[in-house]
Design a protein around this ligand. Structure first.
Ligand code: 6CS
Ligand code: FE
Length: 298
């Protein structure tokens, strides 16, 4: 029995065919005058492009602390055994560790940092809670990438987020070169929702977090969108960050260089947009992927 939410589904997806729906939500929910770390000009470029790149969100000394914490987590046998750790399909090295803001006080501190949560509140125009956090380790020598997708398509279909009032920040903990599998976004793609074809299999997350299938666009749609929007690759030193709207079409390539591309991702959702029942999935995903604790970040 598919549990579908009684809330109106503004963004249908995972039906028989692929279908585009124009965005019906603002991109920046806060008013332009909202005080916070983001300058007015930066907010308007986030609205236009769907992303905002920051050369240095945290300092080099801080990065060392967070990178050391990532290494500690990745080398902790208990973490490897934990269901919140996802391994690379080939090498079995750790690919991602979810819910790091709960597992680690060090990453919990990063979430509460005004430079981080302050920007999220400014974009979303409200108090925020963490819908998901993860470290994507992307080790060298063959780590696999993340195929093209919209995060919101998954967070709507499988986690029950009703509206596009969710923002991610990816903070580089190692240098993101133009060769080691950096984040790629199609600028402007956030203004159209692409509903994907194909129903959500039960326990989809057990596979999708290694290699996403349900919720991935067709080659035709990707060709059309990449031709219309282009593709921007994000590079930056450790400590740099990319804020991106939940509905950006994005992905990242494999990393065959010796240099890991390790980033921490924090997903902030507005407390006015809390998860309901999945809009297009048989069951909810586990809370370590889609939070059900809506306590605002303080
Ligand atoms: O399913 C998810 O929630 C995760 N999947 C991807 C590819 N990006 C967002 C998120 O980490
Ligand atoms: Fe993603």
């Amino acid at each position: 029995m598919t549990t579908t939410s009684p809330v109106t589904d503004l963004y249908p997806s995972r039906g028989a065919t692929e279908v585009s729906t124009p965005r019906q939500d603002p991109v920046v929910w806060g008013s332009p005058g909202t005080p916070g770390p983001i300058a007015a000009g930066e907010l308007s470029s986030f609205e236009r492009d769907g992303f905002l790149a920051i050369d240095q969100l945290i300092g080099a000394d801080e990065v060392a602390v967070y990178h050391q914490e990532l290494e500690r987590l990745v080398n902790d046998p208990a973490i490897r055994m934990d269901e919140r750790s996802i391994v690379e399909p080939k090498s079995k090295e750790i690919r991602s560790v979810f819910e790091v803001h709960r597992i680690s006080e060090v990453f919990a501190k990063l979430v509460r940092d005004e430079r981080v949560v302050g920007r999220a509140r400014q974009i979303l125009g409200s108090d925020v809670y963490v819908h998901q956090s993860r470290i994507n380790v992307k080790p060298g020598f063959g780590a696999s990438g993340f195929y093209w997708h919209s995060d919101f398509e998954t967070w709507h279909a499988e986690d029950g987020l009703p509206n596009m009032r969710t923002v991610s920040v990816s903070i580089a903990l190692t240098e993101n070169y133009d060769t080691n599998g950096g984040l790629m976004i199609m600028p402007g793609s956030h203004r159209t929702f692409l509903g994907c074809a194909g129903a959500t299999p039960k326990d989809n997350y057990k596979k999708s977090l290694q290699m996403q299938d349900a919720g991935t666009p067709s080659d035709e749609a990707l060709t059309r969108m990449a031709s219309e929007y282009g593709i921007k690759l994000f590079t930056g030193k450790a400590g740099s960050a990319t804020w991106f709207d939940c509905n950006c079409m994005h992905g990242s390539g494999d990393n065959i260089t010796p240099f890991p591309r390790s980033n921490v991702f924090i997903v902030f959702n507005s407390v006015e947009n809390t998860a309901v029942e999945p809009f297009s999935a048989p069951v909810r995903r586990p809370e370590f992927i889609g939070a059900r604790d809506f306590t605002p970040v303080r």
